[in-house]
Write a protein of this length. Structure first.
Length: 90
């Protein structure tokens, strides 16, 4: 569910980022792709972490990571923090 929210949010935020962030087209493309890259990366380890932690604690941790990434993205001033915030949302 969080992945669907992310895809919807980044699609709506792209024109705003393009107009106000001062990032290049290549950097903006990487920011948009970071949503997908984070999902691929997290999928590689989700099963192993669910076996180790349990399914429900992992879901809580994922939700907390998602919530913590919101201020990181909102307060980022540059490419690096924005990339880290978007990448960690998966």
């Amino acid at each position: 569910m969080l992945y669907g929210v992310d895809v919807g949010i980044i699609g709506g935020a792209y024109p705003y980022l393009e107009a106000t962030s001062g990032l290049t087209n290549a950097q903006l493309s990487v920011i948009v792709a970071a949503v997908l890259l984070g999902s691929v990366f997290s999928t590689l380890f989700a099963g192993m972490l669910a076996d180790w932690m349990g399914r429900k604690p992992l879901m809580v941790l994922s939700g907390l990571t998602f919530v913590v990434s919101i201020p990181v993205i909102a307060l980022s001033h540059g490419y690096g923090p924005l990339f880290c915030g978007v990448f960690s949302r998966a």
